[in-house]
Design a protein around this ligand. Structure first.
Ligand code: SF4
Length: 459
């Protein structure tokens, strides 16, 4: 039977990782690169990594994901990847003709210590990079951090390489949205536009990984932040960065490089998270007023919460996923009256535990909070004291099935559903969708399992 090796008895593990709640850096860097218009992500290492990362993104987004690889052989692994990357750049520009190549590394090229900037410099001298084309890079050692680290590293590097300061401040803000869905990026942009605030968003995978079918394959779709837009980020008034782990490093890089002040926000999930975003936008909007459509959406959300709160009150919840998502989701769960008792991320970073203790200690003092945790351990906790609901990515479905617990899919990756790339979970509208999903999951279980005399027509 599925997961029947998971025991209720917990033996402390020091070395064995089972059912990790994270993946490795390069996939995050690949996702960030896809948010640049006309960009070819390039994986400097052996080709297995690249094909895994492409297929994993494709399974999540149900879209083609382009990326190239240096295709290391054993020889390159010993003598270095200079020839591979040089040849790769020649081939990429002559065959696929991107505007920019964004190179990230794998554990192999990191272990052998390839000096990517020097290789790229020599490749340029050899004429491997045509005039007017760009090559940028970031180091993404897989044995450090997680896919979230890789995403943050690539965003920082894009800014470091490309953002410029002309001396003339532009009336715009920068939005760094974090490792979120294209639909979430659309929602952040919609709210910013409604508030009348000009902006540049980096990265922006809307229009890249949520495209429609029009009969013609576009290797480089219309979406993505353009290179002139990225350059202009150094002239912006300010940066709003969403997520301590995914976006703050890029915002700090820009602040250090071009003195663009930044404000760090948590992902705008739920009432408080979205309120903070709208408040931040008010400082840059022409009259400081909240657009009436946004106020109306907030009202609808509050109405839905008050309609449904009796179904949420004190329900025990397990939340697992990427750190910025989990922090934001925990805040929202508390707003709904849910009781987050287990909160984990596979990623590393003390801010995760510190912030969650701030949120949970006053209301759920016995909550188990853990960074660098895995789904095996979460399952053991659940075996010892069950929960009513799991909020996690697709990998939560195994625990959900064997323990018969409703699961709402949230975060990355979602490999077995389709709506996530089109329907946001951010903003007031996204919170309404989440409530719809949570109540649906809870009610479905009640309908399926309750005694007949409790089988209700109206809920
Ligand atoms: S852990 Fe290393 S070898 Fe495995 S996919 Fe990631 S980069 Fe490639």
């Amino acid at each position: 039977m599925m997961l029947n090796g998971t025991t209720a008895e917990i033996v402390e593990r020091k070395a064995l990782r089972i059912n990790a709640a994270k993946t490795c850096q390069p996939i995050g860097a690949m996702y960030a690169s896809l948010g640049i218009h006309g960009c070819m992500p390039h994986s400097h290492g052996s080709q297995g990594c690249c094909s895994y990362h492409r297929s994993h993104l494709t399974r999540h987004f149900k879209e083609p994901v382009v990326a190239t690889t240096s295709s290391f052989t054993e020889g390159a692994s010993v003598f270095g990847g200079l020839a591979n990357l040089t040849q790769a750049l020649k081939n990429i520009f002559s065959i696929y003709n991107p505007d920019i190549v964004a190179v990230h590394t794998t554990c192999l090229s990191e272990v052998i210590g390839d000096d990517v900037p020097t290789i790229v410099k020599r490749a340029k001298e050899e004429g491997a990079v045509p005039e007017g084309k760009l090559v940028i890079h970031t180091n993404t050692p897989s044995f450090v951090g997680s896919h979230i680290t890789g995403f943050a590293n690539m965003v920082s590097s894009i800014i470091k390489y490309l953002a410029e300061r002309t001396g003339e401040t532009k009336n715009q803000i920068n939005l760094i949205p974090g490792f979120v869905e294209p639909a979430d990026m659309r929602e952040l942009k919609r709210l910013t536009r409604l508030m009348g605030v000009p902006f540049v968003m980096l990265p922006d995978t809307s229009g890249v990984l949520d495209g429609g079918l029009d009969g013609e394959y576009q290797m480089f779709p219309k979406g993505g932040t353009t290179i002139p837009e990225i350059k202009s980020m150094g002239d912006s008034i300010a940066t709003l960065a969403f997520g301590h782990f995914t976006s703050n490093p890029g915002a700090v890089t820009l602040e250090n490089k071009h003195n663009v002040p930044s404000q760090l926000l948590e992902l705008p999930v739920g009432v408080g998270g979205t309120d903070a975003f709208i408040q931040a936008l008010r400082a840059f909007s022409p009259d400081g007023a909240v657009h009436e459509d946004i106020a109306a959406e907030r009202g609808r959300l509050i109405d839905m919460i008050s309609d449904m709160q009796q179904y949420f009150h004190q329900k025990r919840v397990a939340i697992a996923g990427d750190p910025d998502h989990v922090i934001a989701m925990t805040k929202f769960a508390l707003e709904l009256g849910l009781r987050p008792v287990y909160v984990i991320t596979g990623s590393q970073g003390n801010h995760f535990e510190k912030r969650l203790h701030e949120l949970l200690d006053p209301v759920v003092p016995d909550a188990k909070i853990k960074q660098q945790a895995d789904f095996f351990e979460l399952h053991q906790w659940i075996k010892n004291a069950p929960v009513d609901l799991i909020l996690a990515n697709t990998y939560g479905k195994y625990i959900a099935r064997v323990e018969d617990i409703p699961l709402v899919r949230f975060g990355f990756p979602i490999l077995d559903r389709v709506g996530h790339r089109f329907f946001t979970t951010m903003g007031y509208a996204g919170a309404i969708r989440l409530i719809d999903q949570i109540t649906g999951a809870l009610f479905d279980k009640k309908d399926r399992t309750c005694p007949e005399e409790w089988f209700e027509l109206v809920m």
